[in-house]
Design a protein around this ligand. Structure first.
Ligand SMILES: *Cc1c(COP(=O)(O)O)cnc(C)c1O
Length: 379
């Protein structure tokens, strides 16, 4: 197998889900997002593990992602977070995915196709309380629910909103989230007053689970936390989680170079002293962003060694120092991962001004995923 691989610690993933559950009010359901190939971790394996750990719902972004879960034999409800094109509606129905509905014209389009299939379909209403992405205005939720009711083939199973700054601790952002939660409560209240059962209400992403426990409602939708990253690093109320993904590779070459000799494209780095350069077969085409060139270290044998020179498409170089008792050819090198790795995806993200989501989602398909269930299943 290729030297570069992503180890997916499913035991951490399940442990994280249990840790999140233990912080929630009893009876709160869990919807685990497995969109974007489960944030790069592998949708099918993570979906199965999430259900084993007690998740009742899964969520995807695209219809295609939902179909892949169904083909793999997953029967749990699958929420569709993004809106489809009209031509995707038949597949939603065939594969019993649960779409979000945001407007009456779409509800009618959906109902027409559901009727043609001679079946019924559960849907959730999406209410935009301040994210500014998809969803009806809060005051339009009653007319929308009434329209669904009229289309007797659509079953209102839940109501959702999404929070835009739940992971921020600034006063303005906390106030914004309180306002979003209040608007959502109000919309649910007006549905009830109109004699409509709103079903399962859900709003909380990872940030809200940590910072806004009053946003738990009937179900929460933690992605980042489940994959092992704290949305607000070091927050005292955060469930304890461990990173699920570990990106490892192996040294495939070591060479000695002299002071002043350049390494990699652009000759952007030259050796400040005589040293040894280890080459790792991992590059930006694997999802190691080129913007990280020279900005991070790699763990080899429990020690951090600086990456030097530009990251290439398929390879990058590490300065392993002049001593000959350092790393050796074929040694394992961990780019990021849970402890004991010395570098986390969060640190890589910080080093280039992005978020850990983007690091994990960016690990390319050509990097094989190796699934680990625990300590006892070996290599
Ligand atoms: C991706 C997503 C989530 C999960 O967000 P995290 O920040 O990863 O917890 C929840 N809800 C919706 C609608 C999403 O798109």
């Amino acid at each position: 197998m290729r030297a570069t691989r992503a180890i997916i610690h499913l035991d951490h993933f399940k442990g994280n889900i249990l840790s999140i559950s233990s912080k929630l009010p009893k009876g709160t359901r869990l919807c685990i997002p497995v969109k974007a190939d489960a944030y790069g971790h592998g949708a099918i394996q993570c979906a199965v593990a999430a259900i084993q750990a007690g998740a009742r719902y899964l969520a995807v972004a695209s219809v295609q992602e939902g179909i892949e879960l169904r083909i793999a034999g997953i029967v749990a409800p699958v929420l569709l977070f993004s809106l489809p094109l009209p031509e995707e509606i038949d597949e939603i129905i065939e594969h019993k995915l649960t779409p979000l509905v945001t407007d009456i014209p779409f509800a009618r389009l959906l109902a027409e196709r559901v009727r043609a299939h001679g079946t019924k379909l559960a849907v959730h209403i999406k209410i935009d309380t301040g994210m500014g992405r998809i969803g009806c205005r809060p005051e339009d939720s009653v007319p929308l629910a009434l329209a669904l009711h009229k289309e007797s083939v659509l079953i209102l199973e839940g109501c959702a909103t999404h929070l835009s700054v739940a992971d921020s601790v600034t006063d303005e952002d906390v106030a914004w989230t309180h306002m979003q939660i209040a608007r959502f409560r109000e919309a649910i209240g007006s549905l009830r007053s109109a004699g409509i059962d709103p079903g399962l209400c859900h709003a909380a992403n990872s940030g809200a689970i940590v910072r806004h426990p009053d946003a738990s409602f009937d179900m929460v939708r933690p992605g980042l936390l489940a994959y092992g990253y704290e949305p607000i690093p070091g927050h005292p109320d955060s469930p304890r989680v461990r990173a699920v993904m570990e990106l490892e590779t192996h040294i495939v070459s070591i060479k000695s170079i002299k002071k002043g000799e350049p390494v990699s494209y652009g000759r952007a780095w030259t050796a400040p002293r005589d040293t040894r350069i280890a080459t790792l077969p991992v590059g930006y085409a694997d999802g190691l962003p080129r913007a990280l060139s020279g900005r991070f270290s790699v763990s080899i044998g429990g020690k951090a060694w600086p990456q030097v020179g530009r990251i290439c498409m398929d390879q990058c170089m590490v300065d392993i120092g002049p001593e000959t008792d350092g790393p050796e050819r074929w040694d394992k090198a961990v780019v990021f991962g849970p402890e004991p790795a010395l570098v986390s995806a969060r640190q890589l993200a910080d080093a280039m001004g992005t978020i850990p989501y983007e690091i994990c989602c960016g690990i390319h398909k050509r990097v094989p995923r190796i699934y680990r269930q625990g300590n006892d299943d070996g290599e």
